[in-house]
Design a protein around this ligand. Structure first.
Ligand code: PLP
Length: 465
């Protein structure tokens, strides 16, 4: 087996093997088998290297998840040590393990309000899905099974399972798969771009709240279980709601007895400068918070639902003697190696004040990115601290039309050619660099993006698109 591994490592045609055998998440099916993927094989700090030896500055942060940087020996050691001590044991029923118990206590300490109960999952999707199930259980256990409808938003992204894809509201992702539509309802996308929105933030906020109230009334508040919301919509295009939106929607939920689930898979663990952004940035203490990705800095798969004491106590007290079981969870819930990684990640983030670092470089990142607005093919630059997006357009019609998408793809390709990875999505270039990014790295990102935009603008001008 060792010889085989060595042989695989030396294989120069890994992209061909991958193209032949892997069905990638969000694969371009028309290119299936012919598209040669970039195969990454090593990484250090904020940079990753592919199987052909090219190094890139990773402004995607893996996939929003890299916090302490690649190649962190301390994290690798924590993972190795735990794997040697006890690689796995189930956490079903009344069995636990050391790292899971310690991590649960730590998360309760870091989270706002009375969110003191942790339900571990395998990632973000399973955590969001679990939160919705907890909301269903919570009301059904109180004799209100009809209170099961769920509010989400257009452009939301909550995961890749059946339920979480149904909750997600990205038009481009609604394909030939089947989606749950009976109890899931999408409100309008709440993004407000002060540079481009014809409405003021106040007017937009009023519009969004009126719509939410009307939808709750249409469904009947007695039928609505929860509202699931990213504080800032990430994959949907880094969309920031107007000021006060998170607080006002929480108040609306409270007024109608609807649970508020804050999906902090991206906004949590430092990306906005705090372990959790719900209270620190948006002044809300939700009923549940979802975390994943940055919780382990991407070193291990892990997710969690942080649940309020009120919910935990209610479902515990309401559990009937004939059906007392909380039948939700996964083989890898509370995985000891993943929890050990999260504990060490939190230790490093706290010791090195990584959240403070993000609060320091975040505004610089945004200010430097906004210089790109000088390019004729940049429609807008938006974001917050270390989550950002550059939206491209040909100067004719804004939005994800074919021309704008081709233009953004060209910008992405030129960035990649120059050693910078930005995440292409429709006509957007999305950026979420590792949180340890330095000012010099930020200058490098903006420099490369600037050149890529100039080259793409020249292509557009010369009709080469
Ligand atoms: N929620 C949000 C806001 C996300 O961005 C993601 C993933 O990108 C998820 C949930 C799903 O997480 P996972 O891919 O770990 O299942």
């Amino acid at each position: 087996a060792l010889a085989e591994t060595a042989e695989l490592r030396n294989d120069l045609d890994l992209p061909a093997k991958d193209a032949r055998h892997v069905l990638h998440p969000w694969a371009d099916l028309q290119a299936l088998g012919s598209d040669r993927p970039v195969v990454m094989n090593s990484a250090k700090g904020v940079r990753v290297k592919d199987s052909e030896g090219t190094t890139y500055l990773d402004a995607i942060g893996g996939m929003w998840c890299m916090t302490v940087g690649y190649g962190c020996e301390e994290l690798a050691d924590a993972i190795g040590d735990q794997a040697r001590q006890m690689a796995y044991y189930t956490s079903f029923g009344d069995v636990s393990n050391e790292p899971a118990a310690q991590l649960a206590e730590k998360l309760a300490e870091l989270s706002p309000g009375d969110l003191n109960r942790v339900h571990f999952t395998t990632g973000g999707s399973t955590a969001v899905e679990s939160a919705v199930r907890i909301a269903h259980y919570y009301f059904a256990a109180q004799g209100k099974p009809e209170k099961r409808h769920v509010l989400s938003r257009v452009n939301a992204y909550h995961g890749g399972t059946y339920l979480t894809q149904s909750l997600s509201g990205k038009a481009a992702d609604k394909t030939h798969f089947h989606y749950e539509t009976e109890f899931i309802h999408h409100l309008s996308s709440p993004g407000h771009d002060p540079d481009r929105d014809p409405l003021s933030a106040e007017a937009r906020l009023t519009e969004l709240l009126d719509e939410m109230e009307a939808e709750i009334q249409r469904l009947g508040p007695e039928n609505v279980a929860c509202f699931v919301a990213e504080p800032i919509l990430a994959s949907g295009g880094v969309l920031t709601p107007p000021k006060g939106y998170q607080k006002a929607t929480l108040e609306l939920c409270r007024k109608h007895g609807i649970l508020y689930v804050s999906d902090e898979v991206v906004t949590g663990f430092g990306r906005l400068g705090h372990f959790f952004a719900s209270e620190a940035r948006f002044g809300i203490v939700p009923d549940m918070i979802i975390t994943a990705k940055g919780i382990t800095s991407g070193y291990q798969p892990l997710g969690a639902v942080l649940v309020s004491d009120r919910i935990a106590e209610t479902i515990s007290k309401a559990a009937p003697s004939e059906k007392p079981v909380f039948s939700n969870g996964f083989t890898y819930s509370g995985h000891p190696v993943a929890c050990a990684a999260a504990l060490t990640n939190i230790k490093i983030m706290t010791r090195d004040d990584i959240c403070g670092h993000v609060r320091d470089v975040g505004p610089y990142f945004m200010a430097r990115l906004r210089e790109l607005l000088d390019s004729p093919i940049v429609y807008t630059v938006r974001g917050d601290h270390l989550m950002a997006c550059v939206e491209c357009w040909t100067g004719e019609e804004a939005g994800p039309n074919d021309k704008n998408m081709a233009l953004a793809a060209r910008v992405d390709a030129y960035c990649q050619e120059a050693g910078l990875l930005v995440r292409p999505y429709e006509n957007l270039c999305i950026l979420s660099p590792p949180l340890v990014i330095s000012r010099d790295d930020i200058d490098e990102i903006v420099g490369i993006m600037g050149s890529a935009l100039t080259r793409a603008a020249a292509d557009l001008e010369a009709g080469r698109l």
